[in-house]
Design a protein around this ligand. Sequence first.
Ligand code: HEM
Length: 228
Amino acid sequence: MAIKKGLFKSSVGRKNLMAITGLFIIFFLVIHLIGNLILVIPESFFPIEFWGGVENVHDMYNAYSHFLVSFWPVTIVAWVLYAAILIHAIDALLITLQNNKSRGEKYQVTDTSTSTWYSRNMGILGTIIGIFIIIHMAQFWLKYKVLGTEHDLYDLVFATFKIWWIVLIYEIGILALGFHLVHGIVSAHQSLGIYPKKIMNIIKYIALCFSLVMAILYAIIPIILYFK
Ligand code: HEM
């Protein structure tokens, strides 16, 4: 028990917890992206024969969102996700405080020539993403899942992205997410020590490509809906 307590109190334990929660959040982000890409499927490509009763993108998106709230295993995964986001944010704060404290005690210099600006500003990027998630959940999750004041999620999302400054907020949030992901994925693999150091360069390349694709696909959704 003492070992377990120590594991997550130590800096290594905290970094492992950040890595595990971060990788779980990434898993959610991939599923969330696939679900929301339904919004931008051109009506002409819509496979009506395949989907039977569902006749258009509007119905398909609402059927997908209804499934999310009515299928209980998804509800359990959603609660694990909320916990993971909170733990990830609190842990990040504790690691930052701990680092600042030890920086005050010992001398520690950050070498800016060997690190990227986004790896040195993960806290700021994380804060921007945190603010974005609060705004985002207040717009959709709260109204649809919690208060139940909105029943047609497609109409709600569509109307939301008709406002240019909301689209802008999304683009800023997604840009921050992209940079946060690049460093986060590499850092998580380093913390967990899953792969030998030799292939870390490959991991860095994969992280960069993955983050780029995720950011581009997320970013096009509000823009396409704005002009649709
Ligand atoms: C730009 C494209 C996006 C669209 C159209 C979108 C849409 C939605 C909608 C409609 C919901 C409420 C229904 C549901 O739970 O699925 C939702 C929930 C959520 N979104 Fe997004 N989202 C987008 C991007 C993002 C991004 C970039 C993040 C994270 C940084 C994010 C994080 C979340 C979270 C944490 C929830 C609550 C999840 C749940 O309760 O299951 N979303 N989103």
